[in-house]
Design a protein around this ligand. Structure first.
Ligand SMILES: NC(=O)c1ccc[n+]([C@@H]2O[C@H](COP(=O)([O-])OP(=O)(O)OC[C@H]3O[C@@H](n4cnc5c(N)ncnc54)[C@H](O)[C@@H]3O)[C@@H](O)[C@H]2O)c1
Length: 103
C-alpha cells in the first residue's frame, strides 16, 4: 500500500498532539498532505508543549482539551478519517501509584 497518497486530504485527529510522538506524527501527516487537528490538555507534568509544533503551527489546528471530557471529544471526533490516540502520561511509577487516572 502506498501510504504517501493514502493520507492526502484525509482528516486526521491526534490526541496528545503537542507531545513527543503526537507532534512528530503531526509533522509527517502534514508533509503527506493530511488535514491535521491536535488535541492536547497541556497538563504541566506531561510532555506537551507548543514548541513541539514549531514550523508547522500554521498548518495544523490545535484544540486544548482533555480526552476525559466526553462532550468535547464527542464533538472533536466527528467526521474524521483517522484518529491517532497518543494522549497519556509516560510514568510507570505514577501509573502504579495512581492507576485510576490512567484508567
Ligand atoms: N516515547 C516513548 O518512547 C513511548 C514508548 C512507549 C509508549 N509511549 C506512550 O505513548 C504515549 C505518548 O508518549 P509521548 O512520549 O509522546 O509522551 P508526551 O508526554 O510527550 O506526550 C503525551 C501528550 O499527551 C497529553 N495528554 C496527557 N493526558 C492527556 C489528556 N487526559 N487529555 C489530552 N491530552 C493529554 C500531554 O499533554 C502530552 O502532550 C504515552 O501514553 C506513552 O506512555 C511512549
Amino acid at each position: 500500500m502506498d501510504y504517501s497518497t493514502a493520507l492526502t486530504n484525509k482528516d486526521c485527529l491526534i490526541t496528545g498532539g503537542l507531545g513527543f510522538i503526537g507532534s512528530n506524527l503531526a509533522r509527517r501527516l502534514v508533509e503527506l498532505g493530511a488535514r491535521v487537528t491536535l488535541v492536547d490538555s497541556l497538563i504541566p507534568e506531561y510532555g506537551g508543549n507548543q514548541f513541539n509544533i514549531a514550523g508547522i503551527e500554521e498548518r495544523v489546528r490545535v484544540n486544548i482539551a482533555d480526552v476525559r471530557d466526553e462532550y468535547s471529544m464527542d464533538y472533536l471526533v466527528q467526521g474524521r478519517d483517522f484518529l491517532f490516540n497518543l494522549a497519556g502520561q509516560t510514568s510507570h511509577l505514577d501509573s502504579m501509584r495512581d492507576p485510576y487516572t490512567d484508567l
